[in-house]
Ligand binder design. Structure first.
Ligand code: ADP
Ligand code: MG
Length: 254
């Protein structure tokens, strides 16, 4: 299980979750995408209309429905979704008052362990209870970082949160890697940022760097993943390579 987290918004978490999930499903893995962001963008990006959703992750976290009732097929082989809607914001508030509030997602996902090769959890842009639930359920965190000024800002806080979760709630959690996103090779600044992050996270940074590519930002409005919308775009090639690199890293760990 992989949580995709960074408390900054707009760094490419959701884009990474859906396209990485898409390529992994294409390569024959059974993938579950879990949307932990009240913006509920994952369903929209996959072309699923909100009013077609019976239940969402919010009801699952509160124990109102079984997870199997809320998981839906994305319409692509091997790619399922546990969706979110804006109601999740209210759920997060309600969750603060329930027992075992940090471990609700992990608990809910337990019966699905044999069903999926990979669960990708798209976290919201905060370090609140929803992100904590994602970190507690996961084995590893992927951190997307935008190749821009202040990319590393807030990272100390994220690492501290990961460390706290590891100490108190989830010993197996580790930082799986940092994904540099929205890279503009023409900008000196972007190159400097990548160098700086390499110093800060030696080995952990993925070799694959995601370029800034307008096709990646257009695809969601067509309810399409990048390999459906424009498989030859630079963005598509980059996410295919990232999926390959993630699989190789997993192989290497065995
Ligand atoms: P987050 O989930 O971290 O808030 P998103 O994945 O939603 O970030 O990305 C924020 C915005 O940037 C979205 O409009 C998305 O389509 C766009 N975007 C993401 N990655 C890229 C990229 N590599 N190139 C161009 N646009 C991108
Ligand atoms: Mg997002």
């Amino acid at each position: 299980m992989v949580a995709i987290a960074n408390q900054k918004g707009g760094v490419g978490k959701t884009t990474t979750a859906i396209n990485l999930g898409g390529y992994l499903a294409q390569s024959g893995r059974r993938v579950l995408l879990v949307d932990m962001d009240p913006q509920g963008n994952v369903a929209t990006c996959l072309g699923i209309r909100k009013h077609d959703l019976a239940y969402t992750v919010g009801e699952v976290l509160l124990g109102e429905v079984e997870i199997q009732q809320a998981i839906i097929a994305s319409g692509r082989p091997g790619l399922d979704l546990l969706p979110a809607t804006p109601d999740l914001a209210g759920t997060a508030v309600a969750l603060a008052g329930v027992l075992a509030r940090e471990t609700r997602l992990r608990h809910a996902l337990q019966p699905m362990a044999g069903w999926y090769d990979l669960v990708l959890i798209d976290c919201p842009p905060s370090l609140g209870l929803l992100t904590i639930n994602g970190l507690v359920a996961a084995h590893q965190v992927l951190i997307p970082l935008q190749c821009e000024f202040l990319a590393l800002e807030g990272l100390a806080q994220l690492r501290e949160t990961i460390e706290l979760v590891r100490t108190h709630l989830n010993q197996r959690l580790h930082i799986g890697g940092v994904v540099m996103t929205m890279y503009d090779g023409r900008a000196n600044l972007a190159r400097q940022v990548v160098e700086e992050v390499r110093r800060y996270f030696p080995q952990r940074i993925f070799n694959t760097i995601i370029p800034r590519n307008v096709r990646l930002s257009e695809a969601p409005s067509h309810g399409a993943l990048i390999y459906e919308y424009d498989p030859t775009s630079r963005g598509a090639k980059a996410y295919a390579a990232l999926a390959e690199e993630l699989l190789q890293r997993e192989e290497a760990k065995r």
